[in-house]
Design a protein around this ligand. Structure first.
Ligand code: HEM
Length: 135
């Protein structure tokens, strides 16, 4: 049996189009070109990780054993990691950021309401005090 072909990250990076799409999952290199159109999760997500390390993106979704079998069928070689290679690309980063900023703006809104309420109470208190002083 011939030894598995070795790719550097730079070589994998060159395969980043829909017609020529390599991804890395757990340091193995897969040619997904024939599968892009059939992917149940859509072509966009695969194009997003084209030529990159898709380990986290693939694992975050919780793909089935069947998906892993398809993946093995697309295996074309192994990744030869070198110093300075980028880290795996995460899929969940964007939604997480959105949730954080939503929470922050809700907190600011609540803070404003409390401040306005306190201001109003203070104004009423001052008004009543001045009324009493006049009597
Ligand atoms: C790299 C090779 C990949 C293969 C062979 C593959 C294969 C599959 C298969 C067979 C399914 C159907 C459900 C299942 O059996 O788990 C699926 C669903 C899905 N995949 Fe992938 N996938 C790959 C990469 C990715 C990547 C990188 C993402 C990025 C986020 C992704 C996102 C999804 C999503 C969101 C679904 C769910 C679709 C739905 O249920 O509506 N996949 N994939």
């Amino acid at each position: 049996m011939a030894a598995a072909k070795e790719f550097t990250y730079k070589e994998v990076e060159a395969h980043n189009t829909k017609k020529d799409l390599f991804v890395v999952v757990h340091d193995k290199v897969y040619n997904c070109s024939s599968f892009v159109d059939e992917h149940p999760g859509g072509e966009e997500v695969l194009l997003d990780v084209a030529g990159q390390d898709a380990t986290e993106a693939f694992e975050d979704v919780g793909h089935s054993d069947e998906a892993r079998e398809i993946l093995e069928g697309l295996h074309v070689g192994n990744l030869k990691r070198q110093e300075g290679d980028p880290k795996p690309k995460s899929y969940t980063q964007a939604p997480k950021t959105a949730t954080t900023s939503d929470g922050a703006s809700a907190g600011v809104g609540l803070y404003a309401i409390v401040l306005i309420g306190a201001g109003l109470a203070f104004a009423v208190y001052k008004y009543l005090q001045s009324q009493q002083a006049q009597q």
